[in-house]
Structures are given as C-alpha cells and as structure tokens.
Design a protein around this ligand. Sequence first.
Ligand SMILES: Cc1cc2nc3c(=O)[nH]c(=O)nc-3n(C[C@H](O)[C@H](O)[C@H](O)COP(=O)(O)O)c2cc1C
Length: 196
Amino acid sequence: MNAYEAIVTRRSTRNYKTDVVEPEKLQKVIEAGRYAPSGGNNQTNHFFVIQKSDVIAKLVSLVETAFANSEVYDGMYASLKNSIMLSKRGGYAFCYNAPILIVVANQKDYGNNMADCACAIENMMIEANELDLGSCWINQLRWLNEEPSLLAYMRELGMKENERVYGGMILGYAATEDGSPNRKALERKGNEVTYI
Ligand SMILES: Cc1cc2nc3c(=O)[nH]c(=O)nc-3n(C[C@H](O)[C@H](O)[C@H](O)COP(=O)(O)O)c2cc1C
C-alpha cells in the first residue's frame, strides 16, 4: 500500500476485537505521529499511549460524569450535544472498547497546539491503516480539556501543568473476520477545491 492508498482507504473504525496490537506495530504508529510536522519545529506534542483497560475505563467514566452534569443549548455542535444526551442516559462508550487509546496533549499557550496535534493524529491513523489496524479520532477529552476532574487525572498520568489535551485516537484490530478495517472510501461531497 503506498501513501496515497493508505490515505484514501482510511476509514474510522468503531467496533474492535480485544486482540493485542503487536508492540512493533504500535511503535510504528507512534513514530508516525512523532514524525508529523510542527509549527516552528516545536515538537511539543505529548503522546499518552494507554493500553491499561482500567485507565481507559477511568477516563471514560470521568467523561461520562462531566457530560452528564453539562447542559445542552440551541445551536450546540451536534456531536457534543449527542455526547451529553447519551451520558445523561448512562453507558456512554465513546472509546468503542478499543484496546488502545492515544491521547495527544500540547502546550496550552502555544498557538499551533491543535494543528500540531491534528497532524500527528492523521499521520497515526494513516500508518494504522497501512498496518491493517483500525483507528478513530476521539474528541471527548479535547472538549473537556479544562474539566478539573479530567485535568487532575491526566496530571496523575504525567501531563504537565502547562499542557492540555487537543485530541485523541483509538487503535486496534477491527471486529471483522480478518481484523482489517473497512476501507470503502466515502464519497467527497464537500471540501471545495478552486484551482487558479
Ligand atoms: C476533529 C475530529 C473529531 C472527531 N471526533 C470523533 C469522535 O469524537 N468520535 C467519533 O466516533 N468519530 C470522530 N471523528 C471521526 C469522524 O466522524 C469521521 O472522520 C467522519 O465521519 C468521516 O468518516 P471516515 O473517518 O470513516 O472517513 C472525528 C474526526 C475529526 C477529524
């Protein structure tokens, strides 16, 4: 699979097997993230590679509690509103039982924090696809990146005082017969291009 094929066949995976991801494959995915470009060559992304199911479960539970205590309002971003409604009902499984959650933090006062994080996550998702692994962007920890309970827990896990979460990604073998992710490209209806 060349780079273009890995890009156009990457799709989000939201159903996972419990199978362990081989350490060599995981390391390649993380290195793909670390080799992403960064504004001014800052290299301040901080990757938390979480393979402990109890840690993922704790983050999921903290997110659910925070959302359950949030209010929805007219005009709210639909996915955020949906997360709050689902959390109020209970059993909000936004990590889709994936075996690995990668959280990307960066410095809160750095203007390219989210851009650098996005470059890293896209690199990791493309590399995951090349390695027959499924992945999906997970945004809940970014939405709640000033929530005190999550800040405190992320600091326990090693996040520095001046860092905040700007994105997350899950990784693992898809719950398909051979573990490969769905690779059927989604038709592009948006993303306008103007050639000059
Ligand atoms: C910034 C960003 C945030 C996203 N957040 C989530 C999320 O929290 N949960 C989720 O299931 N998918 C999330 N996605 C995945 C999108 O829903 C997905 O990329 C889109 O529907 C297109 O589908 P595809 O990835 O299969 O091509 C996110 C994607 C991006 C780029």
